[in-house]
Each structure stands twice: as C-alpha cells, then as structure tokens.
Design a protein around this ligand. Structure first.
Ligand SMILES: Nc1ncnc2c1ncn2[C@@H]1O[C@H](COP(=O)(O)OP(=O)(O)OP(=O)(O)O)[C@@H](O)[C@H]1O
Ligand SMILES: C[C@@](O)(CCO)CC(=O)[O-]
Length: 458
C-alpha cells in the first residue's frame, strides 16, 4: 500500500516593528495639546514557525521576559470567540468583557512558579496574544511557535509593548491571508488599508496590556516615521508627518523605574495648586510642538554644515526647541536628578540637544546630535555614562514601520548566497547586537529581505 505523502510545512517567516520616542509635547498631550512621536531603529522581531499538522499546540516563546508557554489548540475557547462573528475587518474599539473572561483562565496558566510582579508581565503578554490568536486564527490550522526577541528596553517608555503587539497583529493577519503584500508594485492606497488593519488589531492587543492606551505607540510602530498625535473628546487624531528627516539620536536610559500614572498625577496636582502658571506652561509646550512641526514640514535637514552668515540651520532651530521643551518639563516637576545628570554630561560633551522623553521621573533622555560630532567624543561620553550606570543606545529617528521577511531567508544579491533564519539561530543570537547582526532591519546593506508597506506621502 502506498504511504500518504504529507504536505510540506509552510516555511518560517518573520515580522518586525519599531519602538518610539516622544519628541515634543509629553504631559501637555494629556490636556489635548499636540504631540510629535517618532519611530526609532530599536525593534522587536517575531519568528513564526509552523509545526506539523499532528502537533496540535501553539507556543509563545517571549525570551526577553522569560515567558515560554504551550497551549493545546483544542482546549482554547474558540466557540466563545466564534460566536461573535468577528472578522479581520471588524473595527474593535474596546475589549469584549466576555471574551476577556474566556481568555483569562488560559492566560493565568503561564509561569505559575514566578513572583507576582513577573507573572503579571507574562499574563499580560499572554492575554494579548490569546485575544488576537483567537480573534484572527482558526482551530483548523496547524500548530505554531511564536518566538519574539526585541532590542527595545522594556518599561522605559519606548513603546516596547506596542511593537510586540504590531508584530503579533501582522503575523496573525499574514497567517489568515488577509494582508496583500508588501510588494514593490502595491498601490499606496492598498498599502494604507493593510497598515490600518495591522494597526487596529495591534491596538486591540495594546488594550489587553495597557487597559486604556491612547493608541499613539501602535500607530507610530505600524507606520514608522513620525506622527502628530492629538487627544480630543472623540477619537484621538493621528496624522503621519510627511518627509520626516531621518535624524541621528542618542537615547540614554536612566535605568530608573518610574510610573507614568504618578508623573501625570504630579502635573495634575501642580495644575490644581497653580492653575494659571501651569496652564501657561502646558500652552507653551503645545506652541513649541506646533513650531517644531512647522519647522520639520518646511525646512531642509539635509545640510550638515551650519548655515553661512550665522543663520542657524534647521537642525539648530529644532535643537533649541528640544532644549526649551525640556526646560518646560523641568518647570512641571517631572525631571529627575538622574535625567539632569545626563543633561550635564551631554551638554559638557557638547554633542547636541537633550530632553527627557515620555513621562519623566526616570525613563529615558534623548539627544539630537549636532552635525559633525566625532566618534571619539561619543565614545568618551559613553564611558562616562556607563561609569555612572546609564545605558546608551544610538538610533535613528523616523525609522521604518512594520516589516515582513517571508520566507525567513536573506539573499545576498552580490554573491548570490542565501541565509536561512531558523528557530535555533534566532534563539541563540546573543543580546541586541547578536539579534541585529542576524536579522536586523536596515543593519546590513549587503543583503535583501525585509519588505515594507509604503504609504503615499501626504
Ligand atoms: N519584549 C517583550 N516581550 C514580551 N512582552 C513584552 C515585551 N515588551 C513589553 N512587553 C509586554 O508589555 C508590558 C508593558 O510594558 P511596559 O509598559 O512596561 O513597557 P513599554 O511598553 O516599553 O512602555 P511604554 O508603554 O511606557 O512605552 C509588559 O508587562 C509585557 O507584558
Ligand atoms: C506623560 C504622557 O504624556 C506621555 C507618556 O509617554 C502621558 C500620556 O500622554 O498618556
């Protein structure tokens, strides 16, 4: 008797999405002023490996947080999810409490042996994954392993959770074949529809992790580049900024943990004690953001030299606005001695313009480089920062958004060689450098692989 030949397994594929920084307008954003946020070149990478049909399991392998859990596909609450008739094009604006309840016991199965704080982190990620997997997946498909590695520090206000959510959303939409492309001839309107779809489902996952997020992080992570974000009484408005310059950025992590909610409450209390002055400051931040936006939209950031006749370059003007924004944030009381120490060290090295980013009270500072800063100066500063327990990252502002590598193979166009990325290689890559060397988006120019959806520029 002839043996039945089994179908070949679908090859592994990868998706990747960037983190973000707030460039202008944090805290004032809470009071309806505009904010500018930009994608950075630190990214999350998700490898999806298909299992044979007989393996009826799905594994989440999130090694940055030490989460590795396997569920039996047939034990998951498919019936509850399918009763909703949700489709990939459904616009989900809030979480369905009954679906959350159905997911909860399965998310609670993870990492039972860990202390409460770490376990909570794991259950949040598991909840986001299961909610999306059950909404977009099918019990009839093969089993999968979802392996995630990220170069974005977690809990530093750099949108690490949003980039994870964008990766999950893109991967699941690719798996249920509801994304076309990305491909070189794709009309921009079609690319926009795809990006919107990824963003909407990423927001659903972000809601599972953060409760009531504004949506700015997942929007930047999906589309990349930069956006203006403004909260309003209706849905928040997110507008992509056309032609955002790819500026070099130094990102310095204080490694000082902070609570966003506490910093926001601090400003609220200040506003209650000194309403007029605080409103002036918030208004000032809002105007600063608008000025920065005008500058970014109209100026040429390509010229590296300082302009002749002592006319400041666009970059210098942007730098002034960065410094002013930090000053306003200090007045609101949301800086921290560690952030001020960073400013002192960076100002002394005279390499650019610095402000805190995000909620403050710890977290990260950003510095936009002056043109022509020498590598030795940066290295010297790096040593000083390391001595004092700060962690520095060099990154590019306005990085590309969600990307796909399908199949997970890089081609070197000059030598014609191919490099396959498999589970083992990906898991064994050491640290952020190892991940970037192996699969980094935009890291190695000598090979082809990652593809992006391209929006029309406004
Ligand atoms: N690399 C990662 N792998 C798995 N889960 C992650 C990762 N990064 C973030 N998460 C999930 O997101 C949750 C929230 O992250 P947290 O808010 O601390 O950081 P963040 O997203 O970097 O910060 P922010 O939202 O202020 O920018 C974590 O508890 C975890 O569940
Ligand atoms: C401080 C804040 O403006 C930014 C935190 O990253 C809070 C918010 O906008 O939700």
């Amino acid at each position: 008797m002839e043996r039945k030949t089994s179908l070949p397994l679908a090859p592994p594929f990868m998706v990747s999405a960037p983190g973000k920084v707030i460039l202008f307008g944090e805290h004032a954003a809470v009071y309806g002023k505009p904010t500018i946020a930009a994608a950075i070149s630190l990214r999350s990478y998700l490898l999806v490996t298909t299992l044979s049909k007989s393996q009826r399991i799905v594994t989440l392998n999130f090694s940055d947080i030490g989460l590795n859990h396997t569920w039996e596909i047939d034990t998951l609450p498919w019936v509850t999810f399918q009763s909703r008739n949700t489709s990939f094009y459904t616009i989900v604006e809030s979480l369905d409490p009954e679906l959350l309840n159905a997911v909860q016991p399965h998310a609670e199965l993870v990492s039972k042996h860990l202390p409460e704080k770490q376990r909570k982190m794991h259950t949040r990620s598991a909840t986001a994954f299961l909610y999306l997997y059950l909404s977009l997946g099918s019990p009839l498909t093969a089993g999968f392993i979802y392996t995630l590695r990220s170069t974005i520090p977690i809990g530093a206000g750099l949108g690490s959770s949003a980039s994870v959510c964008v990766c999950l959303s893109a991967a699941l939409l690719i798996q249920n074949r509801t994304l076309a492309g990305p491909h070189p001839d794709q009309p921009p309107e079609e690319a926009k529809v795809q990006l919107d779809r990824i963003n909407r489902w990423a927001y659903v996952a972000e809601m599972c992790i953060h409760g009531d997020p504004s949506g700015v992080d997942n929007a930047v992570s999906t589309g990349g580049k930069a956006v203006v974000f403004q909260r309003s009484s209706g849905p928040s408005v997110v507008t992509p900024i056309a032609n955002f310059p790819k500026l070099r950025l130094l990102l310095i992590d204080t490694q000082q943990s902070r609570s966003t909610a506490m910093q926001v409450a601090k400003v609220k209390a200040l506003k209650q004690r000194h309403p007029l002055m605080t409103e002036h400051i918030l208004d000032g931040i809002g105007r600063l953001t608008t000025s920065a936006l005008e500058l970014i939209s109209s100026a040429d950031f390509k010229g590296n030299a300082v302009s002749p006749h002592d006319v400041p370059s666009a970059l210098e003007c942007l730098g002034d606005l960065i410094s002013m924004n930090h000053g306003f944030l200090v007045s609101l009381g949301v800086s921290h001695p560690r952030l001020e120490r960073i400013r002192e060290l960076v100002d002394y090295a005279d390499i650019g313009w610095t402000k805190l980013t995000g909620a403050g009270g710890g977290g990260c500072a950003i510095t936009i480089f002056r043109p022509g800063v020498e590598a030795e100066v940066i290295d010297e500063l790096g040593d000083k920062l390391a001595d004092e327990g700060f962690k520095k990252y060099e990154t590019i502002l306005g990085a590309d958004g969600v990307a796909v590598l399908s199949p997970a193979v890089f081609r070197n166009s000059t030598v014609g060689a191919c490099e396959e990325i498999n589970q083992d290689k990906f898991e064994k890559a050491v640290g952020a450098e190892g991940i970037e060397r192996l699969v980094g988006v935009g890291v190695r120019e000598d090979r082809e692989g990652w593809k992006f959806w391209t929006r029309a520029s406004a």
